[in-house]
Design a protein around this ligand. Structure first.
Ligand SMILES: *Cc1c(COP(=O)(O)O)cnc(C)c1O
Length: 367
């Protein structure tokens, strides 16, 4: 074995239980993008068994995969393209977001047998998805052909509690909910909060929260909200690899493409057979691997399939030995937060981009 992502489903269950208790509302488990790289079906099942009420995905294909796996819980798909097979979505009881009059008319047209269950997505200030200019035109007529079961919006800056934009989005959401009520749809699930808002903004919890990153045990923003540990979350993914090669090299040896770095002393280098094709960011610097003898930093550029670490002259590590690329940090290893910071990115991107060549193993983490 070369590398594996070990996903601890008991950590996901712990996080779901904690978030559901914090919110005190229904919880939609966000499992888009292969459950942020953790594996769609196992994570969905774990989240439901821990009390999640809904599953949320971006794409219709993702929702269909959940149904094909026999999952019967409510599912919301929120980025369903115009021209999609809405009839199939309705047949599979997949709830659909609608963010425009055109989307509503397409979904209505497909609702020939039973009506589609629709969540209206409204733009409260993020200026990405959701009804904005068409909102004032929206009338009961546009909604006749569908079953409106929800209304939702998304925060742009929930990871910055105290930002004015959060208040204005909340106020706008309340106005937009009032309009839906006034159109006669009073029994709708209102949902606004992502992970950050679930953790820090109880006023925004409404009927349901939609938690992604925190469910995987990661902080939405370490700087503003604190790290996993301080939030009581347990990171679910550990990424580890077996060293492909260990070798002694002299000082001043240039390492990797572009010779961007050289060894500062006679040392031992370790080659890890994972690269940017596996989701290790090419730009990563100041991250590396951890073994029982501590951290060893990356030296030189990350390549497509491999990167090199400086193990130090006295290292006892040998090829074939397992090392940890990131984990929950409890043994002093690098975390997904560290890798995010080391590559000008965020923990979300680190776990989500672990590539398909890396098998997901469902077990407790290995040290
Ligand atoms: C991805 C996503 C979420 C989850 O956001 P987190 O910050 O990971 O909790 C919630 N709602 C929508 C609409 C999303 O696209």
């Amino acid at each position: 074995m070369r590398a594996e992502a070990i996903v601890d489903l008991s950590a996901i269950k712990h996080n779901v239980e904690l978030l559901k208790k914090t919110a005190g509302r229904k919880l939609l488990a966000v499992v888009k993008a292969d459950a942020y790289g953790h594996g769609l079906i196992p994570v969905a099942k774990a989240a439901l068994s821990a009390g999640a009420d809904y599953l949320g995905v971006a794409l219709l294909e993702e929702a269909i995969a959940l149904r094909e796996a026999g999952i019967e819980a409510p599912i919301l798909a929120w980025l369903v393209q115009p021209g999609s097979d809405f009839a199939k979505a309705i047949e599979l009881d997949i709830e659909l977001a609608a963010a425009s009059l055109k989307a509503l008319s397409e979904i209505s047209a497909a609702s020939t047998g039973k009506k589609a269950k629709v969540h209206l997505e409204v733009d409260t200030g993020m200026t990405r998805g959701g009804f904005l200019n068409e909102w004032d035109q929206l009338s009961a007529e546009h909604l006749n052909g569908v079953d409106v079961v929800g209304i939702y919006s998304h925060f742009a800056r929930a990871d910055e509690p105290g930002e004015k934009q959060n208040e204005s989005q909340l106020a706008r959401f309340n106005e937009m909910v009032a309009k839906v009520h006034s159109l006669g749809f009073t029994n709708v699930i209102c949902h606004l909060s992502n992970s950050a808002a679930t953790l820090k903004d109880h006023a925004a919890a409404f009927d349901m929260v939609r938690t992604g990153i925190a469910m995987y045990g990661l902080s939405p923003d370490v700087k503003t909200l604190g790290n996993s540990q301080s939030l009581g979350l347990r990171p679910a993914m550990q990424l580890r690899a077996a060293l492909y090669l260990v070798k002694e090299v002299p000082a001043e040896s240039p390492v990797g493409y572009g010779a961007t770095e050289s060894t500062s002393r006679d040392t031992k280098l370790g080659v890890v057979a994972m690269g940017y094709a596996d989701g290790i960011p090419r730009i990563a610097h100041y991250a590396g691997i951890w073994s029982s003898s501590g951290k060893s930093p990356i030296i030189g550029r990350v390549s497509m399939d491999q990167f090199v670490v400086d193990l130090g002259p006295t290292s006892k590590l040998q090829s074939g030995d397992w090392v940890v690329i990131f984990g929950n940090g409890s043994h002093g290893e690098y975390t997904a937060d560290d890798w995010g910071a080391a590559s000008g990115s965020i923990n979300y991107e680190i776990v989500t981009r672990i590539g398909p060549r890396v098998p997901r193993i469902y077990s407790a983490h290995v040290y």
